[in-house]
Design a binder for this molecule. Sequence first.
Ligand code: MN
Length: 322
Amino acid sequence: MSNLDRRPAAQQLGGLAATTAGPALDLLPGKEVLLGESTRVRRLLPTLGRRMVGAWAFVDHYGPDDVAAGAGMQVAPHPHTGLQTVSWLLEGEVHHRDSLGSDVQFGPRPLALMTAGHGIAHAEQSPVVHPRFLHGAQLWVALPDAHRDTAPAFEHHATLPGWTSDGLTSTVLMGSFGGATSPGMAYTPLVGVDLDVAAGADVEVPLEPDCEYGLLASSGSVPGEGAPLERGAMLYLGTGRSTLRLSAGEASRLLLLGGEPYEEHLVMWWNFVGRTGQEIADYAEQWNAESARFGAVVGYDGARLEAPPLPPVPLKARGRER
Ligand code: MN
């Protein structure tokens, strides 16, 4: 999915000052954002309350939306740099096309992982004939300086590892969790896990004390460490925890996102992650000039998205640039 905002704000991300030195229980309600003409999403990251959790730099949760009578998700070709996109569906189907020639339809459970690196373009649409409901999360992972210029790649993993215990089924999207490791390529120590919690379950899951975590309720509502968490909200858990206790009154689907606190300072604007405002301005100019950096999406019927005008104030990374 894309940031379709025509006046996107520049986001200054990263740096250890943004991470708590121990456990936290900060509720991030997110904010509602209109994507295009039809799709409403709840943006959990970045928001005023929190910008990153580990390398997770962007978290949108959408649906479940009844798209039976409409076109569903319709995102025209647009570029990315310096990040990975993780597409995770709970319901529905998405047709992904990118400038590497990938042409894939996927539904719930498989992982669609796109590494933008140096530059890529892609389009995402609900197929013409699609399921009634669309529900999922769109996540971005910032690439570290050593790998942000890597060649673009698209991975589609039909089966993911995980385990079931005490009313909890885990599916590991990214990184390692409880002894299971995702086949998805990761460039920093991070984890992304879908937790399917049965009604009445009362379980503890393992965490790494050196990592920070956020818990998103995709459906249902489950207290995390006793703190209430409603559907569509995220609970920032901070660092310094070795376990997380979940006691679900009702059946719930959660997304646990975590990783080592992100030390590098980043600039994020529209669909780009860079290190300086000049870099971002160059990416935007190159996209609008149809530069070979991004390539072309073949098979999409329609116009591509133009980069919005750059903000009048120069984009700067906060603190020291690394
Ligand atoms: Mn995108």
